[in-house]
Design a protein around this ligand. Structure first.
Ligand code: SAH
Length: 456
């Protein structure tokens, strides 16, 4: 880091962009000092105006682009500049896929110390738009207006919007219809500062394979005014709706949903299928948001697990059992563990719903439950892990190494912790065989990865 800050507010300087951050800002270095500049792309050159300087880094804005990347494209979304949802709509689809592969390569080299590993080209979507099967829109009063849309970057201000280009059209329309009714009838939006008002969020989810829709109104109050009109309008307009639910969240909190859920109309759940397995999805269930790419990712996990029907498999961090049930059809027995008890209830119910009898699900920490299984003499042939962003617990890595499975399949949503954990597993006698990035969230910087390891 340089001793002094080489730029000042309002300076105009020429820079070359070298990298992208997680929120899609470009990075430029000036005598070792880091600048973050929204909307730049690696390789591009620009004159930038300095907006703000801090001790270790500063922010700027492009005044003029002097060299334009051939990966640059015009973002199609009219809200893109403001909305915090997408970060890289201004990069062409192929460029996004290449970039995500480089993120994985960089992490594996820099953090994992793996050089010369073959990293497969990122598996992308044919149509990387309108893929999200879930939309969750905050409602608020802003400057005397009813607003309905996503948060701005790093902010709790809302960008009022009437569509979202990465969301399935049907649920986009459903929530907009709900918005119209709420606005016309004068249902008061939630006021975060005062913890007053009624309607906090409108959520909708779509079962891609079944066509079913669930709508959830998240309210501060027990009472949802005009609910009859809401229900009538929505169900008249959209026969796909099978369930309308209210969730009450009266607390001042960033968490979207509260504890209490009541079904206002129709069923408690909708159904969807992934890889031939049916899932019941309630208002609060976790479910993957990109169903097409989920099949691609789990298809890779299945391929890397190379099951013949004779294997015992452990699925750590199993959630509602998506991967476990996907693998169970090809394995002798699958053990799933997950920290959220409600998710384990869902996993058990989903096993029953699909008449899959060779699974066993347990609620608890993977790093605590799996050593108990080891003591009980359970010997896995394959261990699958799909941890949250922070990666696997160190104790779990040790247990995995001690259990000596033939294969490990690591599904990751964070290349940095993936690299850290692969390094430990490699030191413990496992060889990294295949690395497959999958684009689950086009237009954003997120990258998922499926890795196969084999016992040496
Ligand atoms: N494989 C699942 C979900 C993976 S997301 C699916 O595809 O649906 C990661 C999951 O790990 C979350 O459900 C989270 O609740 C769970 N989790 C977080 N920490 C955990 C821990 N220490 N032990 C077990 N599960 C944990």
């Amino acid at each position: 880091m340089p001793d002094s800050i080489p730029v000042r507010k309002n300076d105009q300087i020429d820079v070359t962009f070298s990298d992208l951050t997680q929120d899609g800002s470009a990075v430029a270095k000036v005598n070792g000092y880091t600048l973050f500049i929204p909307d730049g792309l690696p390789g591009e050159q620009a004159t930038v105006r300095i907006l703000k300087t801090k001790k270790g880094y500063g922010y700027g804005r492009i005044a003029e682009l002097t060299k334009i990347s051939n990966q640059r494209t015009k973002a199609p979304c009219p809200y893109y500049d403001q909305c915090g949802g997408c970060a890289i709509q201004h990069i062409r689809a192929e460029g996004q896929l290449d970039y995500k592969r480089e993120i994985v390569r960089d992490a594996l080299e820099r953090i994992g110390g793996f050089t010369g590993l073959q990293i497969n080209p990122t598996l992308g979507m044919e149509e990387p738009w309108r893929y999200r099967n879930k939309i969750q829109v905050p409602v608020a009063w802003q400057d005397g207006h009813f607003v309905f849309g996503f948060y701005k970057k790093h902010s709790h201000d809302i960008v009022d919007m009437d569509h979202c280009l990465i969301t399935e059209p049907i649920i986009d329309e459903v929530v907009q219809t709900a918005r119209r009714v709420a606005e016309e009838k004068g249902i008061t939006p939630y006021d975060e500062a005062k913890n007053r008002g009624t309607l906090r969020h409108v959520m909708a989810r779509f079962g891609k394979k079944t066509g079913e829709v669930i709508v959830v109104f998240i309210t501060r109050t027990e009472e949802l005014p005009f609910r009859k009109v809401l229900i009538q309008t929505l169900t008249d307009a959209y026969p796909q709706i099978k369930s309308i639910v209210q969730n009450v969240n009266s607390k001042r909190t960033n968490a979207i949903m509260g504890e209490k859920t009541k079904t206002l109309w129709g069923r408690d759940v909708i159904y969807d299928r992934i890889g031939g397995v049916t899932f019941a999805i309630s208002a609060r269930s976790f479910f993957q948001v990109n169903p097409i790419q989920t099949e691609v990712l789990y298809g890779k996990a299945l391929e890397y697990a190379s099951l013949t029907g004779e294997e015992t498999v452990i699925d750590a961090y199993c959630g509602i059992g998506t991967i476990s049930l996907f693998l169970a059809k090809k394995a002798k027995k699958v053990y799933g563990v997950e920290i959220v008890p409600e998710a384990i209830d869902d996993a058990r119910q989903n096993a029953e719903l699909n008449k899959i009898a060779n699974t066993h699900f347990e609620a608890g920490k993977a790093e605590a439950v799996i050593p108990q299984w080891q003591k009980q003499g359970i010997q896995p042939d394959v261990i699958v892990v799909d941890p949250p962003r922070k990666g696997c617990d160190g104790a779990l890595i040790k247990t995995m190494i001690a259990m000596q499975p033939k294969r490990i399949v690591y599904v990751s949503c964070n290349p940095a912790t993936l690299a850290r954990d692969l390094k430990l597993l490699a030191a413990g006698g496992f060889e990294v065989k295949k690395v497959q990035p999958v684009d689950m969230f086009p237009q954003t910087m997120h990258v998922e990865c499926c890795v196969s390891l084999e016992k040496k």
